[in-house]
Design a protein around this ligand. Sequence first.
Ligand code: GLY
Ligand code: MN
Ligand code: MN
Length: 440
Amino acid sequence: MKLAQTEYSQRRQQLMSQMEANSIAIVPTAVETVRNRDVEHPFRQDSDFYYLSGFAEANACLVLIPGREQGEYIVFCNPKDPALEIWTGRRAGPEGVAKEFYADEAYPIEAIDSVLPELIEGKARVYSVMGANSQFDTQLNHWLNQVKAMVRKGAQVPHEFSALDHLLHEMRLIKSPAEIEIMQKAADISAAAHCRAMQVAKPGCFEYQLEAEILHEFTREGSRWPAYPSIVGGGDNACILHYTNNDMLIADGGLILIDAGCELDYYAADITRTFPVSGKFGPEQKALYELVLKAQLAAIEQVKPGNSWNAGHEAAVKVLVTGLVELGLLSGDIEQLIKDESYKVFYMHRTGHWLGMDVHDVGEYRVDKEWRPLEVGMALTVEPGLYIAPDCEDVDERWRGIGIRIEDDVVVTEGGCHILSHKVPKTVAEIEALMGKQNG
Ligand code: GLY
Ligand code: MN
Ligand code: MN
């Protein structure tokens, strides 16, 4: 499942229409990194680069020059090299990039030091993503110095530099119907993976065995990678927010927290479910689970156009604190507990983040210092949780070591929101039914 090339063309046009007159934008690819000795980490294209090109090869650079007569979209990339391609795989080469990826001009990457300074010369402003890729920052300085060296011959050096991030990331924040379709598919695959893990989990299995079930389902359905390392935490490992060791045995009686989502054509899903390894929630587990679920539903209720980004978090915190007081895990005045953030010992993260090509996607959360209002097409997660540390002496022993998070992916619609991850059950009854032990 892939976006059409026309969508990438539209994005480039939209970006160029927002750039100042007489300007140039330069976007590098991600950098290949060594894992150990001759082994590299799997290459994953930079999201900004891919968003504008759909081109997944490393060692390339794309350039946009609005209004340039000879062509506005220029790409530098690895040249064709049949001998090397036998070892390292197919390359599009400049001709392929022009034909398949609609570049107006394409050059071998080796030509960049001679061609790019000429393209920069005479422009008033350079747009780039600064500070993210030090290798690129060094190269950009080098190209600018090359232009400066030609000043006495009449060359004009750009004197304004703008972060491309703002323009580009505001575009990425609002998802098109085609992007939402892919995100829906990513969520469907991830939902099926969560269901599969719930169905095969049993006391005595290892966390990595459930991770294997998740990855199997992702790959079987066409996703080549998880969007982030899967978290499979049995028992009190669920209280470690970014637990990825996934190497322990899951003892009977505990909960399992799985936070896993696949990546599909560069779009992430990010889903968390928590369920009992035995197939049936114990009384404390159920009480806390239902509290987190109530908070999650209250937060989802707040996801609608015009509502503040923070409304969901505030609603979730209110429900959680009220419930924690009712259950005796916190004591005091609810408003005061919220104000002094005493709940943070049990709920220390926020209720969500933007979701898209990056699992923690780009886009500002505040505009002019205020939490921004939600708009149709924004995609986000809603993921409250409660984590009662195993050594928390402030609460009765029966609550200790319980970690719960419930995370869904939602997209803002005219009427409120659509839950992309709705296919994975989340009520106690639904989970127990799926695990086949409803009356067990
Ligand atoms: N999986 C990371 C997160 O939920 O934000
Ligand atoms: Mn997550
Ligand atoms: Mn998340």
